[in-house]
Write a new protein. Structure first.
Length: 218
């Protein structure tokens, strides 16, 4: 939009819209029912989806240990909360490790689902109370459904993928080397993601859930 404005194109809102099918919703119901037996979003607590993957490369990743620690932070501090670890077909191993390190019955993942169609991701991200994600595709799916989202920015300039999303928190560390736009940290320290603390991200999620427009926490 910045580039278009330079040549006289009127600025417009960057609204995204998606829809789910009945099949998508049925698949989402089945997955949540299987992973969190007896628990219901509309009755027992919020669903928070964590996504720490993307095709871009490892520089966007927050890491298994921090994702697992956040998952435990959320289920231990948000009454009735459940955490779903999202993944794509190429990220199953990392998602399994997040669930394993979290070590809590309220944290489950998609890694062992036989199929991971786009429609399933839409249905799950649509009904989430909040999403925590790297700067990757799922953040835009969440935006298209208006799902409250915390985006963890590392090597990328936030201006390159910003959307008009009322319930959006973008987190990044202000460093001389960031944003570099590289797929792998050229300095080897990955500080742009490593220095985003679990407590800070957890508090950002809680603040989104406590906004009047978000589903109730308790």
């Amino acid at each position: 939009m910045d580039l278009a404005a330079c040549i006289g194109v009127p600025r417009q809102r960057l609204n995204l819209q998606l829809a789910t099918t009945d099949e998508d919703e049925a698949r989402g119901d089945a997955v949540l029912g299987r992973l969190f037996s007896g628990w219901r979003i509309d009755r027992d607590g919020p669903l928070v989806v964590i996504n720490d993957n993307g095709a871009f490369g490892p520089a966007k990743s927050w890491g298994v240990s921090r994702s697992a620690a956040l998952a435990r932070w959320l289920v231990e501090r948000l009454p009735g909360a459940r955490v779903l670890v999202h993944c794509g077909p190429g990220d199953r191993d990392e998602a399994r490790r997040v669930v394993g390190e979290a070590g809590h019955e309220g944290v489950r993942g998609l890694a062992d689902e036989p199929e991971l169609p786009f429609g399933l991701s839409k249905a799950l991200l649509r009904r989430a109370a909040a999403v925590v994600t790297s700067d990757s595709g799922p953040r835009h799916i969440a935006a298209a459904f208006g799902t409250p989202t915390v985006v963890l920015h590392g090597p990328m300039d936030p201006r390159l993928s910003r959307s008009d999303h009322a319930s959006l928190v973008e987190m990044r560390v202000d460093l001389p080397c960031s944003p570099c736009g590289r797929r792998i940290c050229p300095l080897g320290h990955h500080d742009c993601m490593r220095l985003l603390s679990v407590d800070d991200v957890g508090r950002a999620v809680r603040s989104l859930l406590e906004r009047p427009s978000a589903p109730a926490v308790a």
